[in-house]
Design a binder for this molecule. Structure first.
Ligand code: SER
Length: 316
């Protein structure tokens, strides 16, 4: 049985990944950790540690204490906040990753690190973005994501560290809100649709981006770590896709359930410029052929589920 440490457990992905991993591997075999102690109490149903990704001695002590063999690294500053704090973004996203790579090398651990659509830039082909293509991002977030992909490949090739990862699209979820990303609008729109029946969108109509519902994002993280390593050619940067839409498409899908829903636009130039530099939709055929990647949700089924779950949650 795997003994897993999740870094960044209180975040959008971590808060749901910990619970999914505990269902599969057992409550006591998944250690949740976060820089904050005041996390969702559910994370404390199993082992929980306060951990700063920059504190190597403490992470090492936790790895030894629980005999960890696998780390999921979900610590990152996202794209829009990164533009306000580029130095901090580099220090956390790359400084933290290098710390974990060294710990993984020394203690022979497997390491999952997500990359992102943000690893692409304005000179990347926007449609059906290939697995291997131009990567010249113009955000610090993207710079850290490309660097992270290369570092993980390097540690695998040079030291045999079992590094793996996927390039996530924007992730839509209903447990923990994302913070500081460019794709966040596609989460907030559902909350506002239920609470106010109206939403002010910060990206323009016609801005297509890859998106994915959280259950598929969790499945990707678990499946790639369970994949047969002899079949993995790309290891650290698999494009994974589920759906691509623009603000008009998601609003129209919501209107099918809430006909009075209205959307207006107030463009956030920083986020719009970032979104303009990212793919419309990625080609994920390498993930499909190397480890049988297959998403379950599309825009219609995700919208139905999001509205159902949030109607209950927001009534409380
Ligand atoms: N969701 C992220 C962001 O918008 C992209 O990986 O920054």
């Amino acid at each position: 049985m795997k003994k897993i440490l999740v870094m960044g457990s209180a975040g959008q992905i971590g808060s749901e990944l910990v619970l999914a991993l505990r269902k599969i591997y057992g409550e006591n075999n998944v250690v949740a950790s976060d820089i904050r102690a005041d996390v969702n109490p559910q994370l404390k149903n199993g082992p929980f540690e306060v951990l700063d990704i920059l504190d190597v001695p403490k992470i090492t002590a936790v790895v030894k204490k629980y005999e960890i063999d696998t780390i999921y690294n979900l610590v990152a500053l996202l794209s829009a906040v990164g533009e306000q704090k580029p130095k901090l973004s580099w220090d956390i996203n790359i400084g933290g990753l290098v710390n974990l790579l060294e710990i993984a090398r020394e203690h022979k651990l497997s390491l999952f690190t997500p990359s992102s659509i943000g690893a692409f830039g304005p000179s990347t082909p926007k449609k059906n973005t290939p697995q291997n293509t131009v990567q010249r991002p113009n955000t610090i977030y993207g710079v850290t994501k490309v660097s992270g992909e290369l570092l993980c490949d390097y540690y695998f090739k040079r030291f045999g560290v079992d590094t793996r990862g996927v390039r996530y699209p924007g992730i839509i979820s209903n447990v923990t809100l994302p913070g500081g990303g460019t794709t966040d609008y596609a989460v907030e729109i559902y909350y506002k649709a239920i609470q106010d029946k109206r939403f002010i969108c910060n990206l323009k109509a016609g801005t297509f981006l890859d998106m994915m519902y959280m259950p598929d994002a969790i499945k990707a993280a678990i499946d790639i770590m369970e994949a047969d390593p002899t079949k993995l050619i790309h290891r650290n940067c698999f494009n994974v896709a589920a759906m691509s839409f623009d603000p008009e498409m998601i609003a129209n899908e919501i209107k099918k359930h809430i006909p009075e829903f209205e959307m207006k636009y107030e463009i956030d130039e920083i986020r719009q410029n970032i979104a303009n530099s990212w793919p419309d939709n990625m080609d994920d055929s390498a993930a499909k052929s190397e480890w049988n990647w297959k998403p379950q949700y599309n825009l219609a089924s995700m919208t139905e589920d999001m509205l159902k779950v949030l109607s209950v949650k927001l009534q409380k």
